[in-house]
Design a protein around this ligand. Structure first.
Ligand SMILES: Cc1c2[nH]c(c1CCC(=O)O)Cc1[nH]c(c(CCC(=O)O)c1C)Cc1[nH]c(c(CCC(=O)O)c1C)Cc1[nH]c(c(C)c1CCC(=O)O)C2
Length: 360
């Protein structure tokens, strides 16, 4: 087991565990990415996104880039949720200018029957990256590990790519729920093993991205997404060397199910921008901390407007009292067209205003 430097800034972890903080910690989903010129330069050297993500040296380099530019309170492993179905043999690739695709999506009953939990050794490049990042971060801020939710991974595995309507997977869900449940059962086992291996490698918190849970009908969400995230959480090691490893669950479009989400064993729930933070806080009470939820499009506005929206969001949450916690973030990933200076304005506004809020 590698020895890591002691943590200098644990504000993010304390907020997730609903302990008092001097200010509201902040990080951004997709904080390492194409909006940063230094990321584009490393990606050009690596040749491709997968060349970058599968090489621990490059993955470490780009994970640290946003931390060198902004006083962020957390770092997130540079990787992708689709590494898991790739390890299952589905053949992940990125066509130029398009999103992710699979060469061998799950379309027939025999495809589904042949699916297996991958050998975690085939994802060793991810765990190596986690350890290397944690080492090079040298205790500056905590490192978040992550995975897709069983349902969101299944969306890509069955559709073979991103989708607007999810016709193929929804047809399977309603016509052959037995096949759907088999995929989700395998995914839940794979995701739990994958996150536990990231924790062993040095991840100090984990996040489950349920990017497409919000595409499901009420009832279907609970049966096909929520229940499987609950199963993943129940299998996670929640303590490492005597320290709690908090788990964050983010269902995009899941605002209507927050009450149920608060009871599945997560430490914190991620929110998209459709939710009012004050109302969400009242609803979940002291069951979970909240993370979110600025509309990423606000980063296209002026620094003054960004500041005003940050203050509105922090005011909506209010000052965290004992038993509550707020981590500032966007409501979804940052756009590749975001001016980097907008992030400077956002992070500054979060730190300054949240300190002032606590001072009164
Ligand atoms: C659905 C999903 C994916 N990947 C991910 C999700 C869940 C979060 C969400 O809902 O956005 C998660 C993800 N993907 C990436 C991260 C890195 C960590 C971070 O900085 O937050 C994380 C946490 C890097 C990435 N993953 C990807 C990029 C862009 C690739 C590039 O450099 O060309 C990055 C930085 C590729 C990717 N990977 C995926 C898509 C849809 C795309 C294309 C996105 C686009 O073109 O904007 C699948």
């Amino acid at each position: 087991m590698p020895q890591f430097a002691p943590l200098k800034n644990d504000t993010f972890l304390r907020a997730l565990l609903r302990q008092p903080t001097e200010y509201t910690p902040v990080w951004l989903m997709r904080q390492a990415g194409r909006y940063l010129p230094e990321y584009r330069a490393t990606r050009a050297r690596a040749g491709s996104f997968l060349g970058l993500a599968k090489n621990p040296d490059y993955a470490t380099e780009v994970t640290l880039q946003p931390l060198d530019r902004y006083p962020l309170d957390a770092s997130i492993l540079f990787s992708d949720i689709l590494t898991v179905p790739d390890a299952m043999g589905l053949g992940l690739y990125f066509a130029d200018g398009e999103g992710p695709k699979f060469e061998r999506p799950l379309r027939t009953e025999s495809d589904v029957m042949a699916l297996q939990v991958p050998d975690m050794a085939s994802l060793d490049y991810v765990f190596k990256a986690v350890t290397q990042i944690r080492t090079e971060i040298n205790g500056r801020v905590p490192l978040i590990g992550f995975s897709g939710s069983p349902w969101t991974l299944a969306c890509y595995m069955v559709e073979g790519q991103g989708s607007r309507e999810f016709h193929t997977i929804k047809k399977m869900l309603y016509a052959r729920p037995d096949l759907m449940h088999r995929i989700l059962d395998i995914n839940a086992t794979a995701v739990a093993q994958y996150l536990n291996a990231q924790i062993d490698a040095g991840a100090q918190a984990v996040m489950i991205f349920d990017s497409w849970g919000g595409a499901l009908a009420d009832g279907a969400y609970q049966e096909f997404s929520l229940r499987y995230m609950e199963r993943v959480l129940s299998r996670l090691q929640r303590e490492k060397d005597g320290v709690r490893i908090p788990a964050i669950v983010f269902t995009k479009g899941g605002g209507i199910w927050l009450d149920e989400m608060a009871d599945i064993g997560a430490d914190a729930l991620g929110l998209d921008w459709t939710v009012n933070l004050g109302r969400a806080r009242a609803l979940v009470g002291d069951r979970v901390a909240l993370q979110g939820n600025l509309d990423p499009a606000i980063l296209f506005a002026s620094p003054e407007q960004i500041r005003a929206e940050v203050e509105r969001s922090l005011t909506a949450y209010g000052v965290p009292a004992a038993g509550s916690g707020h981590v500032f973030n966007l409501g979804h990933g940052i756009s590749q067209f975001t001016p980097p200076e907008s992030v400077t304005a956002m992070v500054e506004a979060v730190h300054n205003f949240s300190r002032r809020q606590r001072a009164v």
